[in-house]
Design a protein around this ligand. Structure first.
Ligand SMILES: C[S@@+](CC[C@H](N)C(=O)[O-])C[C@H]1O[C@@H](n2cnc3c(N)ncnc32)[C@H](O)[C@@H]1O
Length: 414
């Protein structure tokens, strides 16, 4: 095992994360808590350029914690999953779930994933909340690049630098006061947050975090030995240095910008001409919604499939609900409701535009089949509307019809 991260091993052995669950069917599937990293439900985000097929994928979960690998294995019996974690205690929790649900498609390994050698490549690598804790995060990306197949994708989640800013300042205070990962420090760190002013942004942040409800969560959130918080440009540079690039985002939390200029089309045109890195940098600052930055990465030779880098011909696209958005259809308006921020955006629609939104957002009909009017101006208006919806990730796209993913959910015990 790589001893550079010895403190990390001790921490996650003593405080395995997340708080363990006992039964995947009852606590996850029956409650509708399907993870966004699930390769079935998020197929169109991971591989918009490939027709759906949820079969025989080789999936690596790098830093799986107490249940992530078992959940993905339970949801995808037709795929093969390897879960790796440096914490033996976390792997033991995964093993209990493997036994309970008879997960023959799951292999579990207690090691630093960077130490492992495989004689095949993975179609999909998931690593959430892991690499920002490493002394050398780039070594993890380097490992992913070497172990992913040509068409494979990486689902990466790291902390951003904006939303957590105030909390990080408090963490620095804990470090100065020599808080450690003891029972006493756990209580003291929680109490200090409780004593802050109600409007303190660190307190506001913790209100929304379920981590404050358990010891493991408090240690992970407030008393972690090491963690890094990324400005998006620093992250994109590291990604590019490791011969990877950003293929997609899962929502608009760092990539949506034109929603801030809905009444100023000249500004929207200006924004569209910016380089993708400038767009993401502006998006991270305007949204301030980067507690978790989630990116889907590809190998550099697959740049042509990036939704982020390339201009997409929306006429050939199919559309789908984004999980972070609720859309209300009112007369002549779309009301877009961002679930994470509770912010609403109102988009006016020309009276003459008639769209069967239910059909369109089910992913079964492409834009070409909606734009059937002979009126060129109206056609352009419809195209512009979809461009706004897509670039802000109010809706998702795919180049293929989108499957009814629920058909592929395993039958659960009640
Ligand atoms: C914050 S937890 C996240 C767990 C899980 N990915 C999730 O999202 O619920 C981080 C996990 O990564 C593991 N980890 C950190 N560095 C690792 C490495 N180099 N190899 C394997 N596991 C690692 C830790 O032991 C811990 O279980």
């Amino acid at each position: 095992m790589n001893m550079k991260d010895k403190l990390l091993i001790d921490q996650y052995n003593k405080f395995p994360y997340p708080r363990p669950i006992k039964n995947i069917d009852k606590e996850i599937i029956n409650k509708g808590k399907i993870p966004i990293a699930d390769p079935n439900f998020s197929w169109h985000l991971l591989w918009p350029e490939i027709k759906y097929s949820n079969k025989n994928l080789k999936i690596l979960i790098a830093g799986c914690g107490t249940h992530q690998a078992a959940i993905i294995a339970r949801l995808n019996p037709q795929n093969f999953i390897i879960g790796v974690d440096i914490s033996k205690n976390s792997i033991d929790h995964e093993k209990k779930l493997k036994e309970l649900h008879n997960l023959n498609n799951l292999e579990l390994i207690n090691n630093d994933f960077r130490e492992l050698k495989f004689d095949y490549k993975f179609d999909y690598i998931i690593s959430t909340g892991v690499i920002h804790h490493l002394k050398e995060p780039d070594t993890a990306l380097n490992f992913f690049e070497k172990n992913i197949s040509d068409k494979g994708v990486i689902y990466l989640m790291v902390y951003g630098s904006k939303k957590r800013f105030a909390l990080n300042e408090i963490v620095k205070v804990y470090k100065k006061l020599q808080f450690t990962q003891t029972e006493k420090s756990i209580i003291q760190s929680k109490n200090l947050i409780g004593n802050l002013d109600e409007n303190h942004p660190a307190k506001e942040f913790t209100y929304k975090s379920t981590d404050m409800q358990s010891k493991e969560g408090i240690v992970d959130l407030l008393l972690n030995y090491q963690e890094k918080h990324y400005d998006i440009d620093e992250l994109t540079n590291m990604i590019e240095n490791e011969k990877l690039f950003i293929k997609n985002t899962i929502d608009g939390s760092i990539s949506s910008i034109s929603k801030f200029f809905l009444d100023d089309y000249s500004m929207i045109s200006k924004i569209r001409k910016l380089d993708y890195k400038d767009k993401l940098k502006i998006g991270q600052t305007l949204n301030w919604n980067d507690a978790k930055i989630v990116l889907i990465l590809n190998k550099v030779q697959n740049k042509k499939h990036s939704i982020i880098l390339n201009k997409i011909n929306l006429r050939k696209c199919f559309f789908y609900h984004n999980r972070s958005i609720l859309i209300e259809i009112a007369k002549n308006y779309l009301i877009i409701n961002e679930k994470k921020t509770s912010k609403k955006y109102k988009i006016k629609i020309n009276d003459k535009i008639v769209i069967d939104w239910k059909l369109i957002l089910s992913g079964k009909s492409d834009l070409n089949s909606i734009i059937t009017s002979n009126d060129k101006n109206l056609e352009k208006e419809i195209y512009d509307l979809f461009e706004i919806l897509v670039e802000n990730r109010f809706i998702d796209i795919s180049f293929y019809k989108i499957e009814n993913y629920f058909n592929y959910l395993p039958k659960t015990e009640l």
